[in-house]
Design a protein around this ligand. Sequence first.
Ligand code: DNO
Length: 358
Amino acid sequence: MEMTLRWYGSKHDSVTLKQIRQIPGVKGVITTLYDTMPGEVWEEADIKAMIDEVEAAGLKVAGIESVNIHDAIKIGSPDREQYIDNYITTLERLGKAGIHMVCYNFMPVFDWTRTELARVRPDGSTVLAYTQEAVDKIKPEEMFNSIGSDMNGFVMPGWEPERMARVKELFEMYKDVDDEKLFENLKYFLERIMPVCDKYDINMAIHPDDPAWSVFGLPRIIINKENILRMMKMVDNPHNGVTFCSGSYGTNLENDLPDMIRSLKGRIHFAHVRNLKFNSPTDFEEAAHLSSDGTFDMYEIMKALYEIGFDGPIRPDHGRMIWDEVAMPGYGLYDRALGATYLNGLWEAIEKSQTRGL
Ligand code: DNO
């Protein structure tokens, strides 16, 4: 595996490449052209500038998170052809620039959803949290207003104000899209892009829906083992793979994370590893990465990744806000650096115990 950190670019991130470079074992970043809109073709010059900046800091671009999918593709409207063509051009340019992993999601309207961005934990740190009870009490168009003021002045990915202003309109656009239709549209998209992925060896890594169930009645399909295996089979190409995100699949306590990892052998192209603490099955908060701080057995998750021979980029995921840091919620430096170090420690122990036959 290749340990990385997500970075939003010097214009948007409070964390610098220099700081990332000093986290032991982190050799690369996962980034994106944050100023592009879904559906746009990425300019070659912008891709090059992004790579040059990262390389000048002694790091590499280990993959893109995300090249976002235009709603027309998810809805399956006639104008999707143009947006798929644009996506293919972007992939081609990324492939030519030496990028081989692209993360994306197929969630309608909302990307990841949280009801609190700064819940205080017993140790005084603050974390992102979710309760179904809070979602049930508000209308989708109120979602942004209810958490927007806690973003510490940053624009969070998937929560761009321009997009949130269109929530009502987006719901209307998705009104005829159910789970089956969404699967069908995903299959159509993947079949169209696989040739360019084959040509440039680009691993597509779909991110799970977070939380892993329907929110506000919207269809959500990337939520469990059954659905993800269906997706792997429906476009049976190794470039059609997944981002294994423990914190997203893990929102549903019925998902057996190590078992899911083993069943996806060869198709996990990217891993997000983090822990959650459950107060009830529908009330969870994001804990430190350490197993004992939350609900998941992080050792078993890393061991499953090791055993399937996972060799792609991995990153610690959302961190707690600690040590008075002011940053984008979930994406500060300190707790993610602790997370990377912990995951590296688990990996080293697993690797040495397996190779030395202990
Ligand atoms: C949240 C992230 C998601 C993820 C997208 C992938 O922190 O994990 O926003 O990047 O869903 O497209």
